[in-house]
Design a protein around this ligand. Structure first.
Ligand code: F6P
Length: 485
């Protein structure tokens, strides 16, 4: 039968990612304030982390100026939340996070070679930081533990761990796209990265296309062949597969029904949508992969082409500050500010402003009320590993209408084909989709949403984690079967 690793105290799970699920800041009372960090990775792993015994290991530098007692309090506060800190030297942290992770891997894997830097110094820091993570895991790990490593910041960690723990159960999941071989081969460190990932027993991606690309690089860069994703790395069986991440569907569905949220929805309607004015929403981290300028330009073109919609639709644009110390993000901020100004300057009237722009992260209830109040959700990234915003929107409209316009470049589009899909590079197509979305009859909206909502309610983030861990346990059984012969 299946071993339930999450409920078994002898098979503890160590989750490893760059960021811990909390942001930690000292508060006035000499304690520490913990706020949940945003993003798909944290949302997906939160239920698993909540299981007793499981630990989350990630980068956390202690706040400056702590004495010994303060340091002990810091450690305790983390331990109480089942978190273990990895401390990084300031300069290394910068070269690893802003440098190699977000100025090399992120842009290249999302198809932005023009934003990609190839810097030996950043690579060396990336290696050192991955080694630091290894040391932190080794200090914590006990025989029988499963170690699940997450994302592009830690691609070397699986093999670093494998050298020290040859029999351990090690999983790796990439939360961003894996690019085609022609793109991946541009990396001077492609072989090391490939070898690094192959230290895992199970390698997971959001979509089959990423699996395909990974396997192709595997064959061409390190000469490892596979059969249906099963391969032998250094004689050890490993599996590569797709596990599309979902959301905690019930949490969004139920939140959208709370009286407090319904009140916010009514208020929003009264504030923005005076009689017959529709709301179109977009929400994301301020990132060039999300296609924000392209979306704004399409909205401008939409208002030019369909003047009858002037005064009858507002685009609510929520951008969440992200990676502000990376030059390409700072430049994008400026570009978006200017475009919003340009469009509002061009089209506004005395009683209507076309773009309602926010640069901040929103509290959960605010976000849910915006989802619930919006007639149209625009999710039009140029490239996105998965994208959970579109799923959250559908959950907030459970059993109801609301139109999702979704980029075919998002991993989520493999599952959500009933949405109005667009190529975000095709401005005319996006303009048309905006009009179709705004004019879509309620019955059609519901007809499209129902099968997507049913799928999302079934394939939740919890199910995703469970399937990955079951598959990892299965790889261990297959390995044991081979060595028994
Ligand atoms: O998409 C990859 C990812 O790591 C997500 O898990 C998360 O939403 C986002 O990037 C967070 O970025 P950062 O940790 O750089 O703020």
């Amino acid at each position: 039968g299946k071993v339930n690793r999450m409920d078994n105290p002898h098979n503890r799970l160590i989750i490893v990612s760059n960021r811990l699920p909390y942001r930690i800041e000292p508060d006035e009372r000499e304690g520490f304030a913990f706020t949940r960090t945003v993003g798909g990775l944290v949302a997906g792993l939160e239920p698993l982390h909540a299981q007793p015994g499981n630990v989350w290991l990630g980068w956390a530098d202690e706040p400056a100026g702590l004495d010994d007692a303060g340091r002990a309090r810091f450690e305790r506060a983390l331990a109480e939340r089942s978190c273990a800190p990895v401390r990084l030297d300031g300069r290394d942290a910068e070269l690893y996070y802003e440098g190699f992770s977000n100025s090399t891997l992120w842009p290249l894997f999302h198809g932005f070679p023009q934003h990609t830097r190839f810097d030996e110094e950043a690579w060396e820091a990336y290696v050192r930081v991955n080694e630091r993570f290894r040391d932190a895991v080794l200090a914590l790990a006990r025989p029988g533990d499963t170690v699940w490593v997450h994302d592009y910041h830690l691609m070397l960690l699986p093999s670093l761990l494998r050298e020290a723990l040859p029999d351990a159960s090690i999983g790796f999941f990439l939360h961003i796209p894996f690019p085609d071989y022609e793109t991946f081969r541009m990396l001077p460190w492609r072989r090391e990265l490939m070898r690094g990932v192959l230290g895992a027993d199970l390698v997971g991606f959001h979509a089959y296309d990423y699996v395909r690309h990974f396997l192709s690089s595997c064959r061409r860069i390190v000469g490892v062949e596979n059969e249906s994703g099963t391969l032998f790395a250094d004689g050890r069986l490993a599996q590569v597969d797709a596990f599309p991440l979902g959301i905690d569907y019930g949490r969004y569905r139920d939140a959208a029904r709370l009286p407090a949220v319904r009140r916010l929805v009514t208020e929003l309607g009264e504030e923005k949508g005076h009689e017959g004015c529709k709301l179109m929403l977009s929400v994301e981290r301020l990132d060039y992969s999300k296609g924000i300028p392209e979306r704004l330009l399409a909205f401008d073109a939409f208002l030019d082409r369909f003047p009858e919609w002037r005064g009858r639709v507002v685009l609510v644009l929520v951008t969440v500050p992200s990676r502000e110390n990376v030059a390409s993000y700072a430049a994008l901020k400026k570009q978006v500010d200017e475009l919003v100004g340009l469009i509002n300057g061009k089209h506004s009237t005395m009683d209507w402003t076309p773009v309602d722009y926010y640069y901040r992260s929103l509290p959960f209830e605010r976000l849910v009320s915006l989802y619930a109040a919006s007639d149209v959700m625009l999710v039009t990234p140029l490239r996105d590993g998965m994208n959970l915003v579109c799923k959250e929107y559908l959950a907030c409209h459970d059993g109801a209408g609301g139109t999702l316009v979704l980029s075919e470049m998002a991993g989520a589009s493999y599952e959500l084909h009933e949405a109005l899909t667009v190529n975000p590079f095709d401005q005319e197509g996006v303009v048309d989709a905006m009009r179709r979305a705004l004019e879509m009859p309620e019955a059609e909206q519901r007809r499209r949403n129902a099968p997507m909502q049913e799928r999302l309610a079934r394939y939740t983030s919890e199910k995703w984690a469970r399937e990955f861990l079951d598959a990892a346990a299965d790889v261990k059984r297959r390995q044991a079967g081979l060595s028994a012969h």
